[in-house]
Ligand binder design. Structure first.
Ligand SMILES: Cc1cc2nc3c(=O)[nH]c(=O)nc-3n(C[C@H](O)[C@H](O)[C@H](O)COP(=O)(O)OP(=O)(O)OC[C@H]3O[C@@H](n4cnc5c(N)ncnc54)[C@H](O)[C@@H]3O)c2cc1C
Length: 325
């Protein structure tokens, strides 16, 4: 297998080949990706919602060449003409299989079947077959990479919410939680056939799957989470839920396509928590389409007055907007 590993870099940057493809459901395809560069793959702790990058081939079918890449690899890549550099997208490491030179990353990719909108990542995954090649950027043993946002601190009650793009992350978090964890997880997917049987929660965390069907994206999910929290909310200290609130009701211009509000980072420039580790009580981790996440953020932060230290809101994608890199 040919690899363009970059041994000097604090991350794994190299070519992977599709080893196996498994169509899990109408909206998910599971890919197993292998390559010699994964010999150096490693994270500090459990995978949880560990993110990584894939670079898909350009329209010509060619992958960008990262041979000899150094610290300026990103700027060098961006300087390549857009039609030649391929497309970089973010995914979740669903699982790591094997070891040594046989290490493989498992990734569950959402096929954008329902909306009729297609991106290069979804298109590539839909047609992937063993032997197809893709570039990865992934955590390297012994080097900080970041990319895990689930940091519950001393929280005693969990709320995990995601649409289909966050199913792999929620699945990883549920798998890695301690057996005595308590809370609830809500996952909205396009159709009932997308309820994945290998997403397993500890006994104290109730997992609810929601099929979107014909409803607007996130509407059923929003209603279920609002109902779960109730007017008092698990750790609410202020505010009230509007009577009968069931839909996000968020104007498109109010949605930040790069929404990323965690206890230690704010995409909108808000002051982050001085003490960013969640205290006792509720910790909410919410990811998916940015409009859906914005609606739930309003409900939790403005409506229920939950402290920003206790919440992580992540826009994984924005309807109608292709990812920038
Ligand atoms: C931390 C993180 C982890 C992620 N993990 C995963 C993961 O494990 N699996 C996964 O599939 N995705 C995951 N995503 C989301 C994924 O990066 C985006 O969906 C991305 O836009 C897909 O790229 P694309 O080339 O297919 O579409 P793009 O070129 O980015 O977009 C093209 C068009 O498709 C639309 N679109 C994009 N995504 C979707 C979607 N899911 N459904 C319907 N329409 C869509 C866009 O709105 C746009 O109109 C993750 C994102 C982040 C930030």
């Amino acid at each position: 297998m040919t690899v363009t590993a970059a041994p000097g870099l604090p991350l794994v940057l190299g070519v992977l080949e599709v080893v196996d493809v498994h169509r899990l459901s109408p909206s998910f395809v599971r890919l197993e990706l292998g390559g010699d560069c994964l010999l150096d793959l490693g994270t500090d702790g459990p995978l949880l919602d560990q993110r990584f990058k894939l670079v898909f081939p350009a329209a010509s079918g060619e992958l960008p060449d990262f041979t000899g890449a150094d610290e300026s690899w990103f700027a060098t890549w961006l300087a390549v003409p857009a039609e030649e550099r391929g497309h970089m997208r973010t995914y979740t490491i669903r699982e790591v299989r094997g070891s040594g030179l046989d290490t493989r990353i498992v990734v569950d990719v959402v096929l954008h079947v329902a909306d009729g909108e297609h991106g290069p990542g979804s298109d590539w995954a839909a047609q992937a077959k063993p032997g197809d090649r893709v570039v990865t950027l992934a955590p390297r043993k012994g080097h900080p990479f970041g990319g895990v946002e689930f940091l519950p601190g001393a929280a005693t009650e969990l709320l995990l919410v995601g649409d289909e793009t966050a199913v792999p992350a929620v699945a990883g978090i549920l798998r890695d939680l301690p057996a005595d964890a308590r809370g609830a997880a809500f996952l909205e997917v396009p159709v009932e056939g997308d309820f994945l049987p290998d997403v397993i929660a500890p006994a104290g965390v109730e997992l609810t799957w929601i099929a979107r069907g014909d409803a607007p994206l996130g509407q059923r999910l929003h209603a279920a989470v609002v109902e779960h929290l109730g007017v008092d909310g698990v750790s609410a200290t202020a505010g009230e839920v509007a009577a009968g609130e069931v839909a996000p009701d968020v104007a498109p211009e109010d949605v930040d396509p790069d929404l990323w509000e965690t206890p230690s980072y704010s995409s909108s420039g808000e002051e982050v928590a001085e003490d960013p580790l969640p205290h006792e009580g509720l910790y909410a981790w919410i990811a998916g389409e940015s409009g859906m996440v914005t609606g739930l953020r309003r409900h939790l932060v403005r409506g229920l007055g939950v402290h920003r230290r206790q919440v992580a809101f992540m826009g994984y994608w924005r309807r109608g907007v292709a990812m920038r890199s």
